[in-house]
Design a protein around this ligand. Structure first.
Ligand SMILES: [Zn+2]
Ligand SMILES: [Zn+2]
Length: 285
């Protein structure tokens, strides 16, 4: 079961965000619904975990960690799709029906887990929603891996811009501690890891002439770092001023910065929760 303390912490943080951002009520309602789906973590067979992969730049997750019985993941996928497209019942049931065959669903989650999935030609529904829901469906496995005592030595040496546990890209970064170190937060599983400062997480650009940042006039804690080489951006929070960061909530609460960055022609790296909200914003504009 998801840790009760964590759920409480998230619920109270969402409540606070509601007060501060009445304009985000809809997005926060959706986030609340997603965080309320409980799940049992799935402990991996320890023989199938290779922490050494981290030393070679590969995330820990791989196909061998998918359990034989994937029905709990399948159920979770269906629930998430239904929450995300609640306003269009047919849209949701079309996606659920498409992946009803276990074999097809297994291919989908394995593809998402390996960072590469090719939709069948006949799939004509929302690809971003499907990919996001499949990523969320993997959380019971990901949490199981995290509980299997990752050796801190291997984790601390991780230098890539994607998550060492699940391979997803970060959705937010934070500057922390007295040494002003930069940490990235995984958009899928909230894992955090240390990363070099002043380097683009998308393309690795480190020429300072190509990297810039901006922030809202009245808020210097939240910034957007943009790269003019690849035209991607990543938001950042100065955690020296704030005690805790719940990455997905922080991401939602700073959506105004995404809108500005995208207007300026910069792209967001991830199809994640806020990525989906922004797509809605685009179509409703
Ligand atoms: Zn992750
Ligand atoms: Zn770049």
């Amino acid at each position: 079961m998801k840790n009760k303390e964590d759920s409480k912490k998230i619920a109270s943080a969402i409540k606070k965000a509601r007060g501060e951002h009445p304009e985000l009520t809809e997005a926060l309602d959706l986030l609340t619904k997603l965080t309320e789906i409980s799940f049992e973590e799935i402990s991996p067979n320890s023989e199938n975990i290779s922490w050494e992969k981290l030393d070679e730049g590969f995330p820990v997750i791989d196909k061998r960690l998918v359990p034989k019985d994937i029905s709990p993941l399948h159920k979770r996928f269906n629930e998430i799709v239904e929450i995300l497209i609640a306003e269009d019942k047919n849209g949701a049931s079309d996606i659920v029906a498409f992946f009803e065959k276990e074999k097809l669903f297994k291919k989908l989650i394995e593809g998402v887990l390996m960072g590469q999935y090719n939709f069948p030609k006949e799939f004509t529904h929302s690809k971003p929603i499907t990919l996001f829901a499949a990523g969320e469906a993997l959380l019971p496995i990901i949490d199981g891996i995290k509980k299997s005592d990752p050796p801190p030595k291997n984790l601390h040496l991780w230098e890539e811009s994607y998550c060492p546990i699940c391979g997803a890209m970060p959705n937010i970064s934070a500057i922390e501690g007295d040494e002003n170190r930069l940490f990235l937060y995984c958009s899928r599983c909230a894992q955090t890891w240390n990363f070099r400062r002043l380097v683009c997480t998308h393309c690795g650009e480190d020429d300072q002439q190509k990297l810039q940042y901006f922030h809202a006039e009245d808020n210097e804690i939240h910034r957007v770092y943009v790269c003019d080489t690849c035209k991607h951006y990543l938001k950042s929070v100065d955690k020296r001023e704030k005690t805790t960061v719940i990455p997905r909530l922080e991401d939602v609460a700073t959506i105004a910065l995404d809108i500005i960055a995208q207007r300026e022609g910069y792209k967001r790296e991830t199809i994640d929760f806020v990525g989906l909200i922004l797509m809605d914003y685009e179509t409703n504009k």
